[in-house]
Design a protein around this ligand. Structure first.
Ligand code: NCD
Ligand code: ZN
Length: 347
């Protein structure tokens, strides 16, 4: 198959940032995705309904006028979040989820929750309202090996939470392990997962063999090949529990190429091309649309997009960098290499 047409996708997990970086990246998501669940890990975090609405305005102002793009806003759960704020969020038409970051787990997570097992009143409210809880699923315990942090989170945190709140609508974000795939499969239909393109395409060798490659460093960190295979099987299975969430997470070149580089891969410039490549390599192009464009809206109770996007098998070169307004450079994943597909919005 050298060409396919699918419904326009949505990105169910993306970092658009703010200021100069928002201006630099917003168009990339908007030109491929009709909607996107926008992560709230700004500094300071997007923690209230009012902050989410004002962030939404800044995003809309940064998106070029020719795109029909709807940012779906999220609130960052902090230790100060109140039940009343979550109740207001659930009633707000622009807010679609709440994000739980274990404090210290990833970029800008220090305002997150130190003990996710100590926020029962908040979880009870989410279970009551049906507003989805999006979870960064890694423990932060210094004694746990970084490659085991997702599996440990399932055992120590997610399992007890779902026992206590069996009707909580929950998305385990950017899953990276066989353990997470199996866990999500065992839960009710209220529990789903997003999978990034980079975790479908790469294992940890991409980051560590032949030199340390900071643009492949993201959290949760890339795992071994057997886990990548499990993710590919899940993503291409058609199971409604698994859907697209790029976790595109732009950082400046200086912040990535550093003695202590930031976690996050910038993939939004070619999100759909990268997913298409992964599905093509698995011989599963026929399952692409279900994953990118149908399962997500179904979980969030939204209609799938009616607009279409065409994918053509055509090699294109990835730029070495994208400029930002303040002269910092943004290095995309696969900079200077090639993509095997080209996406084009039909409308
Ligand atoms: C994300 C970021 O940079 O905001 N980084 C990442 O490696 N994925 C945060 C996150 O989603 O963990
Ligand atoms: Zn993320």
């Amino acid at each position: 198959m050298n060409e396919l047409v699918i419904r326009q996708p949505d990105d169910w997990h993306v970092h658009l940032r703010d200021g100069a970086m928002l201006t630099a990246v917003a168009l990339f998501t908007a030109r491929q995705c009709r909607r996107a669940i926008v992560m709230p890990n700004l500094v300071p975090p997007v923690a209230t309904v009012a902050e989410a609405l004002s962030y939404r305005d800044r995003i809309l102002a940064a998106v070029p006028a020719q795109f029909q793009f709807h940012p779906l806003m999220t609130l960052y759960l902090t230790e100060q979040t109140t039940v009343a704020e979550l109740a207001a969020a659930a009633l707000n038409p622009f807010i679609h989820a709440v994000k739980l970051y274990p404090a210290g787990a990833t970029t800008n997570s220090d305002r997150g929750v130190r003990d996710p097992l100590s926020i029962d009143p908040l979880l009870a409210e989410l279970e009551r309202s049906g507003l989805p809880l999006l979870v960064h699923g890694e423990v932060v315990d210094a004694s746990v090996d970084i490659f085991d942090r997702e599996a440990q989170f399932i055992e120590r945190v997610l399992t007890p939470i779902l026992v206590r709140f069996p009707n909580l609508k929950l998305v385990m974000e950017h899953i990276t392990t066989t353990d997470a795939v199996n866990f999500v499969l065992e839960q009710s239909e209220q529990v789903a997962a997003t999978i990034t393109a980079h975790h479908l395409l790469y294992n940890r060798n991409a980051m560590l063999v032949g030199g340390i490659r900071p643009h492949y460093y993201c959290l949760p960190v890339l795992k071994r090949e057997s886990h990548r295979q499990a993710l590919l099987t899940a993503a291409t299975s058609g199971n409604p529990k698994f859907f697209m969430g790029t976790d595109s997470a732009p950082h400046t070149q200086a912040n990535k190429e550093s003695a202590c580089g930031c976690a996050g891969a910038f993939t939004a410039y070619a999100a759909l091309e990268l997913y298409t490549e992964a599905f093509d390599q698995a011989g599963q192009l026929a399952q692409l649309e279900v994953f990118t464009s149908l399962n997500g809206p179904r979980f969030y109770g939204l209609a799938p997009n009616e607009t279409r996007i065409r994918l053509i098998r055509q090699t294109q070169r990835v730029p070495e960098f994208f400029p930002t307004r303040d002269t910092e450079r943004l290095i995309p994943l696969r900079a200077g290499e090639t993509l095997a597909w080209q996406a084009e919005l039909i409308g």
